[in-house]
Design a protein around this ligand. Structure first.
Ligand code: ADP
Ligand code: MG
Length: 398
């Protein structure tokens, strides 16, 4: 069993995402100029957590931290990958042997998986290329660095081979790569968010049919992201268990989707479900309802309603879905103590990051407040940062 999250080699955490810089690094590493540069952002999810794989609506925003990949064509039959964050020599990949890697090369599985599936689906002849990767998205922080790596790979292969993929087709291939090559049974949110987000907007995404709708982020609203730097070893296994719990509950209730159920339906099935399955279902159904309510509140700039929905979402993830942890809870509580619009954990949980929506003029003070609160409680430093809603992945030089 290979595991894509073993990457003890993330040494270069800070990297200045300038196009010219990655082009320079590429020339240094591979001794030739790059022909294309692609950019793929990280993302946060405003609301709709753990319901993408249940066919719900979710509301992600691309952040202004991103992964860049510079490439140059090379002899056919081989690719070579070098990542500033993996910190090793370039790794060679034989295009006729696209098998998953183990150990400290397991990060390559996101790239290998995308290439193998692009070939399998018949959309692209795989070209040989050299790739330089550099990213300022912290890996494993719940900000979708993995989807950024997959999406950048898919964009690069498309650009070099002339393959014509829609953003949704591309996202589906990237998701399948994460399932089959990284062994993570993720939903479709991350890949669609990374591929389709638009500057200044959140993306209301229907995970049942992959349709999207843009929702403006009100002027003067900042998003502060706080990475707890907690990575629970149990995370992936627990994630899978949550999916299994939800499937078991649906089967007992003889329903196809939580979207077809209300809290009243759930209560009428209470005697058939044990307490754990009841709680998992209550999160799924209530979170699905909250997404629609949150979009209405966002459009009306109703900050009070936004704040209580984000609070309810966090509490539901903490108490019913049981995917939070003390570090996430502290950051959310401290955000509300400070007086934010709203805050919650974002991403899969068991560590990872929180988001706090705050008025722009208070964002810097909030960053200090969260840093201090965290330091006082857990005795270690975190680096909360302000972000703005950015555009999705694209080719930025060709
Ligand atoms: P998240 O997507 O929330 O950041 P994941 O565990 O899904 O967390 O993905 C993190 C993994 O993605 C890393 O362990 C590594 O394998 C891969 N990865 C992400 N960014 C890079 C990078 N810049 N270089 C190499 N591998 C990366
Ligand atoms: Mg990921």
């Amino acid at each position: 069993m290979f595991h894509a999250n073993i990457l003890p080699l993330f040494t270069i955490v800070e990297w200045n995402c300038m196009t010219s810089t990655i082009q320079d690094i590429h020339s240094e590493v591979f001794g030739c100029a790059s022909s294309h540069v692609v950019r793929a952002p990280g993302r946060v999810n405003l609301i709709g957590e753990h319901i993408d794989y249940l066919g719900g609506f979710v509301l992600p925003v691309a952040i202004d931290k991103s992964l860049h990949m510079a490439v140059s064509p090379s002899e056919s039959g081989f690719c070579r990958f070098w990542s500033a964050q993996a910190g090793s020599d370039p790794v060679s990949v034989d295009l006729n042997q696209l098998a998953p890697r183990d150990g400290n090369q397991s990060w390559l599985n996101y790239c290998i998986g995308v290439m193998a599936l692009l070939r399998e689906s018949g959309v692209a002849e795989l070209p040989g290329f050299n790739a330089t990767i550099a990213s300022d998205i912290p890996a494993g922080a719940g900000l979708s660095s993995s989807a950024a790596l997959e999406t950048a790979t898919a964009l690069v292969v498309s650009a070099l081979s002339g393959a014509d993929l829609s953003p949704v087709e591309r996202a589906l291939i990237c998701q399948k790569a994460e399932h089959l090559y990284a062994n993570v049974p993720c939903g479709i949110m991350d890949q669609l968010a990374v591929g389709c987000c638009v500057e200044g907007h959140a993306l209301l995404l229907d995970c049942q049919d992959c349709s999207t709708q843009l929702v403006s982020i009100p002027d003067g609203t900042s998003i502060v992201v706080s990475d707890t730097r907690v990575k629970h070893a149990l995370g992936d296994g627990e994630y899978r268990k949550r999916r299994e719990d939800c499937e078991a509950a649906l089967s007992i209730m003889q329903a196809d989707s939580f979207r077809d159920l209300t809290i009243a339906d759930l209560e009428s099935s209470q005697d058939k479900l044990d307490e754990r399955l009841f709680k998992r279902s209550r999160h799924a159904i209530s979170e699905m309802e909250r997404v629609g309510q949150f979009v209405t509140a966002l459009e009306a700039v109703d900050e009070t309603q936004m704040g209580s929905l984000l609070r309810e979402s966090h509490n539901s993830l903490r108490d019913d879905f049981e995917v939070s942890c003390p570090e996430l809870d502290l950051l959310v509580d401290a955000s509300y103590d400070f007086g934010v619009i709203g805050a919650r954990m974002t991403g899969g949980g068991f560590g990872g990051s929180t988001i706090s929506l705050v008025r722009e003029d208070a964002a810097e003070d909030l960053v200090h407040y969260l840093k201090n609160s965290f330091q006082q409680t857990f005795g270690r430093e975190i680096e909360p940062f302000m972000t703005v809603a950015s555009g999705g992945a694209s080719v930025i030089q060709s």
